[in-house]
Design a protein around this ligand. Structure first.
Ligand code: ATP
Ligand code: MG
Length: 399
């Protein structure tokens, strides 16, 4: 076994010493068996949330109704979830309730795909009642049990299937794929935030093109915000050759492919419930990209865009033009670094100076003049020095 499991072994031991079963489960076990980087280790136990809380001194209730308690120990935090079953025992009058159970196999049975339904004990021994290891070997995403039933219980699982295609470069098993095609309309019922989380993992996965193809084939796109009736535009995404774009850059590339107008960009991203800060950044990238597609960077463009946006815009520009010259980005970074000012606050002259010099009250002229000064400093027509700027302004007014 290796990290991060090793550090978590004492947690499993503590649960066992108290008389309960405890295992590593979910994505961490899957990624470990695939020799991939492991993000967070999830732990499943036969102990109820109350029992978990009595065993560990520092805990946080993060989802007790679903059986999850966060345990803080040894400088780490672990999500510990009680074995549970869903659906079957559900009473329609209390549809949100889950039943806590004491059987590992039953807990694994409620999980989405066989590759995600493998448990590992603290000695590294696997419990794999649904042949998840075989699916890992065959690189298959297969529902645990009947795919139609499983997707009907929780339609988000369809998005999860497709995002695993992107992240793992796996194929979807035949029956699971058929169910996907048949039941895609059920995605209508799923909260946008949940869809977005999966979609963002999808677009940043290595094999996002394969995943987008499945989204097109199964018509899943019809049930995603702003993508209904956009088949041809989504397809055009597939023509771009790109790797290592960030989540934000992928959103920008998607919007570019959809050919949205500046004012539709915001409502599209709002419909996806993106945070305002991210919406603003994507809008800024897209407006600079539009300029970049018309002309090369001027010093003023570089100044207005700033480091982060320059890099993203140039990356996208190269992708759109099909050019593989990443060194262009470092070239631009050097140009940006050598700008005489990076921010209007760095200009040696402030609005209050201009008001005093010209003996005028504020107004649109002030902003225009400050902009003119910034531009002149950037183009090195004048030094960023108060006295020099004053003289330069005088000269300008005489010409
Ligand atoms: P990641 O590496 O992105 O975290 P993951 O498979 O661990 O992938 P999580 O959302 O962290 O995904 O879920 C942890 C585990 O919980 C999954 O591996 C799966 O066993 C189970 N699970 C998650 N979502 C669902 C769902 N909608 N239906 C059934 N089981 C689920
Ligand atoms: Mg996980």
């Amino acid at each position: 076994m290796k990290e991060p499991f090793l550090s978590a072994v004492p947690v499993l031991k503590q649960l066992e010493d108290a008389g309960f079963e405890a295992y590593f489960v979910g994505g961490s076990v899957r990624d470990y068996l695939l020799n991939k980087k492991i993000s967070d280790v999830d732990i499943a136990t036969s102990a109820t949330p109350m029992e978990v809380k009595s065993i560990f001194s520092k805990t946080v209730d993060i989802g007790i109704e679903h059986g999850t308690v966060l345990v803080l120990t040894g400088g780490n935090s672990y999500e510990i979830t009680t074995f549970r079953s869903e659906g079957k025992y559900e009473d329609f009058r209390r549809p949100t309730e889950v039943s806590f159970i004491r059987s590992l196999t039953e807990d694994l049975r409620r999980r989405d795909f066989t590759i995600n339904a493998i448990a590992m004990d603290r000695t590294g021994k696997l419990a794999d009642p649904f042949d998840g290891q075989l699916a890992l070997k065959e690189r298959l995403i297969q529902s645990v049990g009947n795919a139609e039933e499983r997707f009907s219980e929780d339609a988000l699982r369809m998005m999860r299937a497709v995002r695993f295609v992107s992240q793992l470069s796996f194929h979807i098993e035949e029956n699971t794929q058929a169910a996907l095609k048949e039941l895609a309309p059920l995605l209508e019922n799923i909260a946008v935030e949940r869809k977005r989380a999966e979609f963002e993992k999808l677009i940043t996965g290595r094999d996002w093109k394969a995943a987008i193809k499945i989204i097109l084939e199964t018509k899943i796109y019809s049930y995603l915000p702003g993508l209904n009736n956009r088949k041809a535009q989504i397809e055009s995404l597939l023509s771009y050759d790109c790797e290592n774009l960030t989540k934000i850059e992928m959103w920008a590339l998607l919007i570019f492919s959809l050919k949205l107008s500046q004012q539709d960009i915001e409502s599209f991203l709002r419909d996806w419930r993106l945070p305002v800060k991210e919406i603003k950044l994507i809008q800024k990238i897209l407006s600079h990209l539009e300029i970049r597609l018309q002309r090369d960077w001027s010093v003023y463009d570089l100044y207005l865009a700033g480091n982060e946006v320059i890099a993203s815009v140039e990356k996208l520009f190269l992708v759109i033009k099909g050019v593989h010259e990443p060194e262009r980005i470092s070239g631009l970074m050097n140009r940006y670094d050598s700008l005489p000012i990076k921010d209007s606050r760095e200009a040696a002259v402030k609005g209050s100076d201009l008001i005093e010099w010209f003996n005028l009250s504020g107004g649109p002229w002030l902003k225009d003049t400050l902009m003119k000064i910034e531009q002149a400093i950037l183009e090195r027509k004048v030094l960023n020095d108060k006295q020099k700027i004053k003289e330069w302004l005088k000269e300008c007014s005489q010409n």
